[in-house]
Design a protein around this ligand. Structure first.
Ligand code: DGJ
Length: 742
């Protein structure tokens, strides 16, 4: 059977070879001996994918196990599509479940398949949007225990992306206990691979780490209740000697915001298994007869053009198919956020005063961060109550918003809807509305507990509170924060036997709330924050158009974070502001210009400065805000490139979609005397067009900038720092060059 939808081809040959092919890649598997789904090929697009030959040869080794009596056929070195445990494969399985007989041996064999135009949306989980794509659904069955697994594979016309998920159905008469249920498993052929992954902690999120894939199993995972800053749900498996420009890369992420796990296992025959899904540690799901369990979607990006090629695919896919449509191509308003400007020392008059300051330098929105609600003068109280502090905000939030809007500014507000302070009216009334383990003292994090989102009453209560806030129609933007990891995770509304379901049930509760809210208020711009980047993932981005990636507002600290982000996320989804100097996180003193430049390619730009800081730097700030506004539309939808990263230099390029404007940012961390010049080669310009460097009017051909490069650092040898075409002298200096096509 051949099914061609647009430029996508899904072929199912008579030999039961399934191949998914678009111009970017082919993905091929077949129904192998004994009905096992055998993986054949994943890589650059093949002309005749169904002619692919399985690389698996039957093993003529003495002493090997023979799968179900089949001579010389065992699963331990067979590349598979959805491996189970209990037979002859000893690698970590995609599926592991305890059957009613107490045993975990499961064999999933091909039952049937279907192909649909487009793709299905998952009902309780966020999923990638469809469009020009088609989906192959292969149904596998364990005949003994009547377990059915639907594996869904979506291939798009215009992206090097494969979206996979699994749906498990209990067709038997007895309960099943699901232990591992990964969304996807990809068995890559034996080779030397390297992994790139992103790890970190508060204020130093998204640090990259690369290593040769070791023998054994390397896992990034979270058991903190959120996807976490410790290990972001992202891995790139790169063929040896891969770099920014060259090489095959198989990368993976998950549309999920809770406990994830992505593992890479190098087996005894150097084969590599990539598993992506919910973390199976401390997880167990009871599946009653007739019920089903849907995994989140795993998103895989294949690139044959190294890391740049990979990031380009992720960026366009996330922008087009993940982030909310209402904002994905909208320029973002420039803003003043009150957090590092005032912290908890904030009131109605101060906000109005800051609003005037914001207006005076050309900003477009004021965001009232933490501290606006009843008795919130520090972080010890009142989360959950969500009404304005009567003394400090006597007119309430709606009136304040109206007054701000009358001045011509948009109004945004901070909220932390998943949390509760023990010092709150809500806690007095509903001490049981929190996550807790029976008999244990719950650990406080930032003086707060986590609300129990497994409980529909809690979710409804928070929905009503937010609905009340938003229904006034005066709030343009919500900064949704979440400031602690989950501990003593348990829910009083879930049975004792099902307590290991709580982390996933929590996330389902959160998604149901976000779904309701964002559907009701599609024009409110939601920003995702979790103490910075503690929950920056494709799940949250499906509801929220932008993310605050880190509380690190020092430019040098932030460079690494943005660089890490850029492997996966388009910079359209990031916000950045000019914070105070010395920086409150690391004490570094830096120029306003460098503080702006570090976030120059993030779509949402602002400041978080006190009124005296604004006064003292008003002219420079006004100029930068003006620049941000002039290029706000440019900073959405273009392409970002990491041109150079070393211990002392970050050099990035951003080019608009129409290729009419190109921005080159060079950051010099520590200055040195008499430095050698470098030829920075720009990319993706039109080679026959001319580009004018706006600072000095110099003309260059696209060809020249790409082949011969642009010479940097152009440090002035004099002391005046006046020439606009030179890098400023000194540490932490940076220069943003703009080239316009003429
Ligand atoms: C953590 C966030 O990352 C900050 O930006 C700020 O909103 C504080 N929370 C407020 O409590």
């Amino acid at each position: 059977m051949l099914k061609v939808i647009g430029k996508i081809v899904i072929i199912v040959s008579e030999k039961n070879i399934f191949s998914l092919t678009n111009k970017y890649y082919s993905y091929v598997f077949r129904v192998g001996d004994g009905g096992i789904l055998e993986h054949i090929y994943y890589g650059s697009s093949l002309k005749n994918p169904n002619n692919s030959v399985s690389h698996h040869y039957q093993t003529h080794r003495d002493g090997v196990l023979h799968f179900q009596g089949k001579k010389n056929y065992n699963l331990s070195e067979l590349p598979q599509e959805y491996p189970t445990f209990g037979s002859t494969d000893f690698r970590f399985p995609a599926f592991h479940c305890k059957n009613s007989d107490g045993n975990t041996a499961t064999v999933l064999k091909y039952k049937n398949h279907r192909i649909i135009k487009g793709k299905n949306y998952l009902s309780a989980l966020p999923s990638a949007r469809g469009g020009e794509c088609s989906t192959l659904i292969v149904c596998l069955e364990d005949n003994l225990h009547k377990i059915e697994v639907d594996l869904a594979y979506t291939i798009y016309d215009n992206y090097g992306v494969l979206v996979r998920s699994a749906n498990i159905k209990n067709n038997g008469n007895n309960k099943l206990e699901l232990n591992n249920i990964y969304s996807s498993s990809i068995d890559l052929p034996a080779s030397e691979y390297e992994i790139l992954h992103l790890h970190g902690s508060w204020s130093r999120e998204l640090s990259e780490e690369s290593m040769i894939v070791p023998s054994g199993r390397f896992v990034i995972e979270s058991n903190r209740g959120s996807s976490s800053a410790a290990h972001f749900p992202f891995i790139a498996v790169c063929e040896e000697q891969c770099n920014e420009i060259h090489g095959n890369i198989y990368s993976s992420s998950l549309i999920y915001s809770g406990n994830h796990s992505i593992s890479v296992e190098k087996g005894e025959f150097n084969d590599v298994r990539l598993l992506t899904g919910i973390n199976s540690f401390n997880f167990n799901w009871s599946l009653n007869p007739g019920d089903n369990f849907q995994t989140p979607e795993a998103v895989h990006v294949y690139s044959k053009n190294g890391l740049r090629g990979m990031s380009n695919i992720w960026h366009s896919f996330i922008r087009d198919k993940i982030t909310p449509k209402n904002f994905n191509i909208k320029p973002r308003p420039t803003y003043l956020n009150t957090w590092e400007s005032s912290y908890f020392d904030i009131d109605h008059q101060k906000v109005l005063k800051l609003a005037d300051k914001a207006l005076s330098i050309g900003l477009e929105m004021i965001v009232l961060d933490d501290g606006w609600f009843d008795r919130r003068i520090d972080d010890s109280s009142s989360l959950g109550d969500w009404y304005a502090d009567a003394k400090r905000f006597p007119d309430g939030i709606q009136d304040l918003a109206i007054q701000i809007k009358r001045k011509g500014l948009k109004f945004g507000i901070w909220i932390e809807p998943e949390m509760i302070s023990t010092k709150s009216e809500l806690f007095k009334k509903h001490p049981d509305w929190v996550l807790k383990a029976p008999g244990r003292i719950p650990s406080l994090g930032r003086n707060q507990l986590v609300l129990d989102y497994c409980n529909a009453d809690v979710v409804n209560y928070i929905f009503d509170k937010l609905d009340k806030l938003l229904s006034g129609g005066n709030i343009d933007y919500i900064k949704w924060d979440m400031n602690r990891n989950m501990s003593e995770v348990g829910s009083p509304v879930v049975s004792a036997k099902q307590q290991l379901e709580v982390p996933h049930r929590y996330i389902l509760g959160l998604y149901s709330l976000l779904n309701r809210l964002t559907k009701k208020y599609p024009n409110v711009l939601f920003e995702n924050c979790a103490s910075g980047g503690n929950r920056l993932d494709l799940g949250m981005l499906r509801y929220m158009s932008q993310s605050w990636p880190s509380d690190m507002s020092d430019p040098i600290g932030r460079l690494n974070i943005i660089n890490g982000c850029s492997y996966l996320f388009p910079l359209d989804v990031l916000s950045a502001y000019i914070g105070p100097s010395p920086n409150h996180q690391n004490g570094r003193i830096s120029s306003i210009n460098s503080r702006f430049n570090a976030g120059a390619f993030c779509a949402a730009k602002g400041i978080s400065l006190s009124d005296s800081d604004i006064d003292n730097n008003a002219n420079e700030l006004a100029k930068l805000i003006n620049f941000a506004k002039e290029h706000a539309t440019d900073m959405i939808g273009g392409s970002f490139y990491r041109l150079k990263k070393s211990a002392n230099v970050f050099c990035w390029q951003y080019i608009t979609k129409d290729k009419k404007k190109c921005f080159l940012l060079y950051f010099h961390i520590l200055s040195g005397p008499n430095e050698p010049f470098q030829h920075i080669k720009l990319v993706e310009l039109e080679k026959n067009s001319k580009y004018k460097q706006t600072s000095n009017g110099k003309l260059y051909s696209g060809n020249l900038l790409m082949e011969n490069g642009f010479t940097l650092p152009y440090v002035s040898m004099t002391n005046d720092n006046k020439s606009i075409s030179y890098m400023p002298k000194g540490d932490f200096s940076s220069k943003l060059f703009v080239f316009k096509k003429v």
